[in-house]
Design a protein around this ligand. Structure first.
Ligand SMILES: Cc1cc2nc3c(=O)[nH]c(=O)nc-3n(C[C@H](O)[C@H](O)[C@H](O)COP(=O)(O)OP(=O)(O)OC[C@H]3O[C@@H](n4cnc5c(N)ncnc54)[C@H](O)[C@@H]3O)c2cc1C
Length: 483
C-alpha cells in the first residue's frame, strides 16, 4: 500500500472555519445520542474514530470527531440531527469514504454519521422503472440487483464496487458511462432527507415528471452533505442495454488520440464509454498491473465502447474503427467480447491507485472544460508538469471534457510536496481560465474551497451560502466543506 499524503487544507475566503463545540456541548450531545440509539450504534473508541476520520483524498481532517454513529433508519438519523442541533455540534455524513475531496473528513468535535447500516433495497419496480433504496447501499449491489430484473442503473463511478448510493448522490458522481447516460443527478427522481434540525421531508414524488415547486432534489444532489442527510432515494432505471463491444487504439501523440475522440463525439455513433489515457498514466497502469493487457509504450490510448445491441452496435464499432484508423492509430484492438473490455475497464479503474504508486503520493484532480478546449488543457498541463518538475498523468472521460490530471510526488520530499501544491493550484486555475470547472465529479470538499469563488463569482457564491443558511441556519451540517 502506498503512503497517504497530507496536502494543505484549502480555506474558503469569506467562510467561517468550524470551531470545536464546548466540552459541555459534547458531553450533552453524547448523552442524547446514547439515549436515542442502540448502544452499539454510538462509537467513541479513539482508534475506531481515527479509522473513520478521513476519506480517500490527500487532505487531512481538520479536527477530531466526538463520536461515530451508525443509525439503521430515518428515525435514528432524525434523532442524531435533533441532538446535534440542540447542542450546536457539527454532523459529517459519511458513506464509504471513497471521496477524493475531503468531503467526508472529520471537523473539530464532529459526529460522524455513517450510513453503513442503511443498506436496504426497498423496491425495484419494472413498471415505474425505479429503485427505492437506503443511502448506504453499495452502488454495485444496486446495479446487480436491478440487472437481475432486466433493468439498468447507469451511473458507474470507478469506485462503484464500494462507494455508496448516498455518497454518489451527495457528490453527483460521474463515471465512464456519462458520455451517453449523464451523471447521477439524471437518475435521482426524489429523495427523503433529514434537515439540520431533524425534520424529515420528501423532495418530490417519484414520478418521471414533476415540476411543482422548486427543484429541491436537484439542490441536494451534489451538495456534499452540507444541506441535508439523504435517508432514502428513488432512482430512475432503464431497460438493460446490449453487450459492451468496442475499440481500443493507441496513438503516437496524445493530440492524435484527442482528435479521434472528438471525431467519435461528433459522429452519429454515440459511445457509452469514451476514455483517453496519456503515456504517463499508461506507464503507471502497466507497472501497477502488468497482467491487465494494456498496451505498453504508446503515447496515448483511446477506448470507445458501445452498448447498443445487434446491428446498431456492430455499426458503432465499425465507425469507431474507421475513425481511429483515419487518425493514424498505431494499434487497433477491436473487441466484440465483453470480457476483453471488462479487463480493460478494470485496469482503467485502477488509474488513481496506479498513479499514487508512481511516487507514493498523488493529488487527483478532476477538472472539466468544454470539449473544444481539451487540446489547450492537455498542452498547458504538459507546461505545468515541466515547470514544477513532477509527473502529471492525465486521462479519463474525454467524451465529457472531464479529465483527471494526477500529480505524482514523493511525500517524504518537502520540495516535491510544495511543487505538488503549486501544480494543484495551477491546474485548478487553468480549468477556470479555459471556461471549465475545478471539479467535474469529485466535488469541492475541503480540498478545493479556495477555487470556488474564482469559478462561481462572488454574487453566485453569496446566493449559495444564503440557501445553505435557510436549510441549516446553525451551520452544523458538514461545516468547513464546499461553500
Ligand atoms: C479509486 C477511486 C475511483 C473513483 N472514481 C470516481 C469516478 O469515476 N467518478 C466519481 O464521481 N467519483 C469517483 N471517485 C470518488 C468517490 O468514489 C465518489 O465521490 C463517491 O460518490 C463517494 O461515495 P462514498 O459513499 O464513498 O461517499 P463518502 O466519500 O463517504 O462521502 C462523499 C460526500 O458525500 C457526503 N455524503 C455521504 N453520504 C451522504 C448522505 N447519505 N447524505 C448526505 N451526504 C452524504 C459526505 O458528507 C461527503 O461530502 C473515486 C474514488 C476512488 C477512491
Amino acid at each position: 500500500m502506498t503512503a497517504r499524503t497530507d496536502a494543505p487544507v484549502d480555506p474558503a475566503p469569506g467562510a467561517p472555519e468550524p470551531a470545536a463545540p464546548s466540552a459541555a456541548a459534547l458531553a450533552a450531545v453524547l448523552a442524547d445520542l446514547r439515549a436515542a440509539l442502540p448502544a452499539d450504534a454510538v462509537v467513541t473508541d479513539p482508534e475506531a474514530l481515527r479509522d473513520r476520520a478521513r476519506d480517500g483524498s490527500a487532505t487531512p481532517p481538520t479536527g477530531d470527531p466526538v463520536a461515530l454513529v451508525l443509525p439503521s433508519g430515518t428515525p435514528e438519523v432524525s434523532a442524531v440531527l435533533r441532538a446535534a442541533h440542540a447542542h450546536g455540534v457539527p454532523v459529517v455524513p459519511q458513506g464509504a469514504l471513497s471521496g477524493l475531496a475531503g468531503g467526508a473528513n472529520a471537523v473539530p468535535g464532529a459526529i460522524l454519521l455513517s450510513t453503513a447500516r442503511m443498506t436496504a433495497i426497498r423496491r425495484i419496480d419494472p413498471v415505474d422503472q425505479v429503485a427505492v433504496v437506503q443511502p448506504g447501499v453499495v452502488t454495485k449491489d444496486l446495479v446487480d440487483a436491478v440487472a437481475a430484473q432486466g433493468l439498468f442503473y447507469p451511473p458507474d463511478p470507478a469506485s462503484y464496487a464500494w462507494s455508496t448510493v448516498g455518497g454518489n448522490i451527495a457528490t453527483n458522481a460521474g463515471g465512464m458511462r456519462c458520455v451517453k447516460y449523464g451523471v447521477t443527478r439524471d437518475f435521482v427522481r426524489a429523495l427523503e432527507v433529514v434537515l439540520a434540525d431533524g425534520t424529515v421531508v420528501r423532495t418530490a414524488p417519484g414520478t418521471v415528471k414533476a415540476v411543482a415547486g422548486l427543484d429541491l432534489t436537484g439542490l441536494v444532489v451534489g451538495s456534499e452533505g452540507t444541506l441535508a442527510v439523504v435517508t432514502e432515494a428513488t432512482l430512475g432505471l432503464l431497460p438493460a442495454p446490449g453487450p459492451d463491444r468496442g475499440v481500443c487504439a493507441t496513438f503516437a501523440t496524445v493530440a492524435d488520440a484527442l482528435a479521434a475522440a472528438n471525431a467519435v463525439v461528433a459522429s452519429p455513433h454515440r459511445p457509452s464509454t469514451l476514455e483517453l489515457l496519456d503515456d504517463v498514466v499508461l506507464a503507471a497502469l502497466v507497472a501497477y498491473d502488468p497482467d491487465a493487457g494494456l498496451p505498453a509504450g504508446a503515447a496515448a490510448m483511446l477506448l470507445a465502447i458501445t452498448d447498443e445491441a445487434g446491428a446498431r452496435g456492430a455499426a458503432d464499432v465499425a465507425a469507431y474503427e474507421a475513425v481511429v484508423r483515419a487518425h493514424g492509430a498505431l494499434t487497433v484492438d477491436v473487441a466484440h467480447e465483453p470480457e476483453r473490455l471488462d479487463a480493460l475497464l478494470r485496469a482503467r479503474r485502477s488509474f488513481n491507485q496506479a498513479m499514487r504508486a508512481v511516487r507514493g503520493g498523488s493529488i487527483n484532480e478532476d477538472v472539466a472544460v468544454p470539449r473544444t478546449r481539451l487540446a489547450d488543457l492537455l498542452d498547458r498541463l504538459a507546461d505545468v508538469s515541466a515547470q514544477v518538475g513532477l509527473p502529471i498523468g492525465t486521462g479519463g472521460h474525454v467524451g465529457d471534457g472531464n479529465l483527471h490530471p494526477v500529480i505524482a510526488f514523493d511525500p517524504a520530499d518537502p520540495a516535491q510536496v510544495a511543487a505538488a501544491a503549486e501544480a494543484h493550484q495551477r491546474v485548478l486555475g487553468l480549468a477556470v481560465e479555459l471556461g471549465g470547472t475545478v471539479t467535474g465529479e469529485h466535488g469541492i470538499g475541503t480540498e478545493k474551497r479556495s477555487a470556488l469563488a474564482g469559478e462561481l463569482g462572488d454574487r453566485v457564491l453569496a446566493i449559495q451560502r444564503g440557501i445553505k443558511a435557510v436549510l441549516d441556519p446553525a451551520g452544523i451540517l458538514n461545516p468547513g466543506k464546499k461553500l
